[in-house]
Design a protein around this ligand. Structure first.
Ligand code: NOJ
Length: 956
């Protein structure tokens, strides 16, 4: 949020709110002039021009990069060589290259530049900037998975002019490196899936001095660059790296968030329905962002998947500088008219970053699940959140006093609407000084948190990385005296404008910033904070109101004299790292899983925080785009995401708000939020029938929390998205590849299709397979593969189907907060597939600590086979297992619902329940319910009372 900057006193704000909410605000759009297009960015222009030149020259274009064959060495899973770039004037530039073949089956290719590596360059303008290409992105982003494969080997059948390396499981993968011109092909089972430099667009802009007389080349964009009144001094001159990556035979590519766009990425070189600009990755505070756009947003994950029937492959471009990605789809045949649905398409992508080394990971799948796993092994799996964090969050800018917070809290109870966390936006602080409370409006923060704690609710408060530059403010003074701030290009403390006015930014790249940042969060120092207070790190792109493109100048300096240019996209990640550590150590001996919300992110942020899609608007279009945005983040390894429910800017009408809640319950991060100028819209304020509609949606989320937590647990182990797009669930069904308006919750078989258009009272749900799908609420049957089915969606209904063959754990007793459900019994919802079978699982733990690492959890597998339902232990015992299981002794399954049971069960009146170890079973009643009008019958076992943490069987 950049240009609306309210005054700091809440009283003044309240009057403004009243005034502004009386004015009809027209739909607002982004200020394009604040953000660069490709043609306004020097390195983007240069790399695109190279692509245009190569394409114009066609077959006569040859990439000027060659491997020097005498330098090729392969040892222990790693190949090293010298790549030589021959410049127009015949100069040979040495570029050391390393290709590592990893145990995980991924391959990594790194290209650096010898001269910069050795620091043999001159820096202009007297800058102290580091002379090397930035090579520390790995340090912040990669958390494992770098073990080099011992079994990778040179293929003895190598021809002259090539080096071929066999790697991966059973040597199924092969990297074929052509020496001249340099090209790499990645094959799986003898078929090429990924080609590097096939179009010849590899570009490593080597260092050269700025010559008075010029070089004869067009240097127009090489040196100082100005935009919007700011000049970037570019002390190291042009330094970009670019590469084309082709996916032959792949029509769809996905990923590279964050953009407000469809799941299947579009072409970017014009044409109907395509973009004209490359997808941009440059974390930025984009005020009133536009939809269906490749414009950059707050976060960046340069991980892309290519998918076709029976195969998924991917790449991860590890670079923290500004990055753009062009996408072009070409018919594999030379006939352009054959670009029809069934023809073979090659997707050609072109990636370029402003600085740093070229560092690329290549994944050969073959399934989307394999990609999630291998990528997650490198960048980390999503942290298993505290249980409250996946429940409902109530936020607005701002709850204005501590009494206001307590009042909202009581109202939720009065209207019996569950919620877990209430949020304080920046106005809780004293004059926008983080780590303080406004003494007039929040005189008793502890009293407020104690009240929330009565129902085990939490408080999340905003702490941003900009620190008010003010004498007498201890945080500011310490930042200065300890030299922990980001510096400007001249080496002075950088001063910019943000919420507090004149501000400085903590430089979390500095190792010394970590202990300091941690110290600020201890209960002793952040006075008034309690154990139920958690963090919201906003504006960490970083947002700078008076900076170029609302962020920091690229020639600012971070620890190690790295230019901001080199590290921009991981700036927010370094703050998260520090905040995460800070939450771990607020008090000696009190170790709980941190919860942080971040707006800026990069690959790896999933290890530390949840995120959201930033400042959206209360429009149907913004509601609609939130679904592909959430899905895209999920497949890019960062599933813990949501959008501001209700829309941040403007006032949603009741229909939009209710539909947004019905959609929001399917966001892994489920939070309502609103701009300071909007009217209050807490669910209990909404008149009937919408209040009940919203309350029911929230209750549905709470009912399904066991399934959500299980899905998060799975994600934390496998990297799989928590909510999954159609192509993840059915990777072989081509009709589903572009579907991005319906989603699956984990592997529960629950398929939701939120209504995202006005006055819409039925919806079309696409079914890929021939199993039956049942309406979740009344068990209406839908069946028929490869087509859309009309499902009623009156305003009070969330369109939700349960696929046959699944067992969904849930908890049916409404409570005020999720923690209060801790000891509640479970219901199992079973839908039998064609073979009369079903599968499901449940993961649960204390939802708070790390004791699960010592075995304090339950992980059950439920199976229905041959008329018998079993619960089996999937857990691995640890020192805390027995103690934890004791606490669950009284937590049982109180109900089993079987949808569409065998008809002969009509006469069955009982089932036999046998707990593990028991010699005899007990008899429990089975009730059979017949239904008409296309609705399935169902049977209910009431009170089998088997322990949730125990092994047992129920014989039907
Ligand atoms: C920008 C964030 O995106 C928004 O959610 C927040 O309310 C404002 N900053 C004020 O802190």
């Amino acid at each position: 949020m950049a240009s609306i900057r309210p005054a700091s006193r809440w009283t003044l704000l309240l009057s403004l709110v009243v005034l502004i909410s009386c004015i009809v605000v027209p739909g607002l759009t982004v200020k394009h002039e604040n953000f660069k297009t490709c043609s306004q960015s020097g390195f983007c222009t240069r790399n695109r021009a190279l692509a245009d030149d190569a394409s114009a020259k066609g077959a006569s274009w040859t990439s000027p990069y060659e491997v020097d064959p005498t330098t090729v060495k392969f040892d222990n899973g790693q190949l090293v060589a010298n790549l030589i770039k021959t410049t127009n004037n015949g100069e040979k530039v040495q570029l050391p290259v390393t290709v590592s073949f990893l145990d995980s089956g991924a391959a990594r290719i790194v290209v650096n530049e010898e001269r910069r590596l050795n620091g043999e360059i001159e820096i202009r303008h007297g800058s102290k900037a580091n002379k090397k290409r930035y090579d520390e992105t790995e340090k912040w982003v990669i958390s494992g998975g770098l073990d080099v494969s011992k079994s990778a080997a040179i293929n003895p059948e190598t021809e002259t002019g090539f080096t071929k390396v066999l790697y991966g499981p059973n040597h199924q993968f092969q990297a074929i490196i052509r020496h001249a011109p340099f090209e790499v092909e990645f094959q799986r089972d003898g078929q090429t899936h990924i080609q590097l430099n096939h179009q010849g667009l590899l570009n490593v802009e080597h260092w050269r001095p700025k010559a008075e007389e010029g070089t004869g080349e067009d240097e127009g964009t090489w040196w100082e660059e100005s935009f919007g009144g700011n000049t970037d001094s570019k002390p190291r001159g042009p330094e970009s790296v670019g590469l084309d990556i082709t996916f032959p035979g792949y029509k769809h590519v996905f990923g590279i968030p964050e953009h407000a766009d469809s799941l299947s990425l579009r072409e970017t070189r014009g044409g109907e329905g395509n973009h004209n600009e490359p997808y941009r990755l440059y974390n930025a505070d984009v005020f009133e962002y536009e939809l269906d756009s490749p414009m950059t947003l707050y976060g960046s994950i340069p991980f892309m998947q290519a998918h076709r029937k029976n195969s998924s492959v991917g790449v991860f471009w590890l670079n923290a500088a500004e990055t753009w990605v062009d996408i072009v789809k070409k018919s594999a045949s030379s006939n352009p008219l054959s670009l029809s649905a069934n023809s073979k398409i090659n997707t050609q992508t072109h990636w370029f970053s402003e600085s740093g080394q070229l560092d690329l990971f290549v994944f050969l799948g073959p399934t989307p699940q394999d990609l999630s796993k291998t990528y997650g092994q490198l960048t980390g799996f999503t942290q298993l959140p505290q249980h409250f964090a996946i429940a409902y969050h109530q936020c607005r800018w701002n709850y204005v006093t501590d009494e206001d917070v307590k009042d909202v809290d009581s109202k939720f109870d009065k209207y019996q609407i569950p919620y877990d966390t209430i949020w304080l936006d920046l106005e809780y602080t004293d004059d926008r000084k983080y780590f303080t409370w406004d003494p007039l409006t929040f005189p008793n923060p502890k009293g407020m948190q104690e009240k929330l704690d009565e129902s085990e609710r939490k408080l999340a408060v905003l702490i941003d990385p900009h620190i008010k530059n003010k004498d007498g403010f201890y945080v500011s003074e310490e930042l200065r005296s300890k030299n922990l701030a980001v510096l400007d290009k001249d080496g002075d403390m950088y001063d910019g404008w943000c919420w507090p006015g004149s501000s400085n930014w903590v430089d979390c790249f500095n190792p010394a910033a970590l202990p300091w940042w941690k110290s600020l969060h201890t209960y002793d120092r952040f006075q008034g904070s309690m154990h139920n207070l958690f963090l919201w790190n906003d504006m960490s792109e970083p947002s700078v109101f008076n900076g170029p493109e609302t962020t920091m100048p690229k020639d600012n300096l971070h620890y190690g004299n790295w230019e901001h240019r080199d590290v921009h996209n991981i700036n927010g990640l370094t703050l998260l790292h520090a905040s995460y550590e800070a939450l771990l150590e607020r008090k000696k001996g009190e170790i709980r899983r941190p919860f942080i919300l971040t707006r800026s992110y990069y690959a790896g942020a999933q290890r530390f925080a949840a995120t959201w899609t930033g400042d959206n608007q209360a429009t149907w279009e913004h509601l609609g785009i939130s679904i592909p945005m959430v899905l895209t983040n999920g497949i890019a390894g960062y599933p813990f995401i949501g959008a501001d429910v209700g829309g941040f800017f403007h006032n949603p009408d009741k229909e939009l708000l209710s539909r947004w809640y019905q959609a929001g319950i399917w966001y892994p991060f489920f939070r309502a939020h609103a701009h300071i100028d909007t009217r209050r819209r807490e669910p209990y304020l909404i008149s009937e029938p919408h209040r009940t509609i919203i309350a029911q949606a929230i209750r549905l989320r709470y009912q399904l929390l066991p399934a959500w937590y299980t899905a998060f647990h799975e994600s934390s182990k496998t990297g799989l998205p928590v909510v999954r797009p159609q192509y993840y669930a059915f990777p072989d069904d081509e009709q589903g590849f572009t579907i991005d308006d319906q989603l699956y919750l984990g592997d529960t078989g629950l398929l939701a299709k939120p209504v995202v258009t006005k006055d819409t009272f039925s919806t079309e749900i696409y079914l890929a397979d021939d199993e039956k799908y049942y309406d979740y609420f009344d068990f209406t049957i839908y069946q028929g593969a490869g087509k859309r089915h009309t499902v009623p969606a009156p305003e009070d209904k969330v369109p939700l189907l349960a696929r046959a063959g699944h067992i969904v754990p849930r908890r049916d007793r409404p409570r005020r907060s999720s923690a209060l459900m801790r000891w509640d019994p479970y219901t199992l919802l079973i839908t039998l597939n064609k073979n009369g079978e079903a599968d499901g699982s449940l993961y649960f733990d204390d939802g708070e600590t790390f004791d699960y690492e010592k075995g304090a959890y339950i992980h059950r597998r439920f199976q229905f086979r041959g008329g018998v339902l079993t619960s089996e232990d999937l857990g691995v015992k640890g020192p805390k297992t027995a103690e934890y299981l004791k606490t669950l002794a009284d937590v049982t399954v109180e109900r089993v619902i079987i949808v569409d049971p065998p008809k002969e069960w009509k006469n069955k009146k009982t089932v036999t329940v046998i707990e593990d170890g028991a010699k005899t079973g007990s008899t429990v009643a089975l009730d059979y319910f017949e239904q008409q009008d296309g609705k399935a019958d169902y049977a209910v076992v009431k009170k089998p009372n088997v322990g949730i943490g125990k092994s047992w069987r129920i014989e039907f």
